[in-house]
Design a protein around this ligand. Structure first.
Ligand SMILES: [Cu+2]
Length: 284
């Protein structure tokens, strides 16, 4: 038999959730979805019923009707309670995911910049500290506005389109845009946040499953908006640290070349970018 319910069950269309807070947000979405479906069915059933009941009949005259205070009172009060109730019920999920003062201690902090038409990521480099940035340093060659005098900024490395992160770690993204409004969208992580030129927003999440995931722009930002697609690789901690080491080595070689010196030999004492354990529990 054709399974109609499968098509009616809209939440089943969601991309796989791989975020610690995803299930809670999905639950909220599903609750609101089914309330909407129930109201839709109720109102359309009534509409069709009245259409048939009060259809034109020979010998029956239409009557004028000037409203009913009780009815109007009811359909104003009921939605008020419904919306206020939903607001109170979903408040904790909102606080956990969006309230900046409740962001858990980050294990990895990176900058993400949206521009026409791709995403650019800045990692803190070998020292693990992102260089200071300020608007006055912004140029086309320095879109993040990193202070050229800040030592912490020298080893920062920038990559485009592909983002790499470790699983089971608290990720903090400082988000901004270079030109117009963009929206940083990680469907599998239930993360979506507008990116505003001239402003840095904090976005956090914690991914639970290694793999390759889509990054999209969810704000119509120009002619190639559809093309603003990135890939997020979630790695095990070891794989992530390996990738990170390669990037920092490439960066130090690049720096050495620019200075006309040879790169320091691979230092075996380098501390891993992120250490195992010590993951802060997400939430408050
Ligand atoms: Cu965009």
């Amino acid at each position: 038999m054709f399974d109609w319910f499968k098509y009616f069950d809209f939440p089943a269309w969601f991309p796989e959730n791989v975020s610690t807070f995803g299930a809670e947000l999905d639950g909220m979405f599903i609750l609101i979805w089914y309330i909407c479906v129930a109201i839709f069915i109720l109102t359309y059933a009534l509409l069709i019923y009245f259409l048939i009941k009060y259809r034109e009949k020979p010998g029956v005259r239409a009557i004028g009707y000037h409203g009913n205070n009780m009815l109007e009172f009811t359909w104003t009060i009921l939605p008020t309670f419904l919306f206020a109730g939903l607001g109170i019920y979903t408040d904790s999920a909102w606080e956990k995911t969006k309230n900046v003062s409740h962001i858990p201690k980050p294990d990895v902090t990176i900058d993400v910049m949206g521009q026409q038409f791709n995403w650019v990521y800045r990692y803190p480099g070998a020292d693990g500290i992102l260089g200071r940035r300020a608007p006055e340093f912004k140029t086309n060659d320095n879109i993040f506005g990193v202070d050229p005098k800040d030592e912490h900024g020298k080893d920062d490395f920038i990559i485009e389109t592909e983002m790499h992160l470790p699983i089971n770690k608290n990720i903090l993204v400082n988000l901004s845009a270079k030109d117009v409004l963009h929206s940083f969208f990680l469907p599998n992580f239930r993360v979506k946040q507008d990116a505003l030129p001239g402003s840095w927003m904090k976005v956090w999440f914690n991914g639970t499953k290694a793999g390759k995931y889509e990054i999209a722009c969810a704000e119509l930002c120009g002619a190639s908006h559809y093309n603003m697609r990135g890939l997020l690789y979630m790695h095990s901690l070891d794989d992530y640290n390996k990738w990170y080491d390669e990037q920092t080595k490439a960066k130090s070689e690049q720096l050495a070349q620019a200075l006309g010196t040879t790169a320091p030999t691979a230092d075996t004492t380098a501390t891993p970018a992120v250490t195992a354990g010590g993951t802060t529990e997400h939430g408050k």
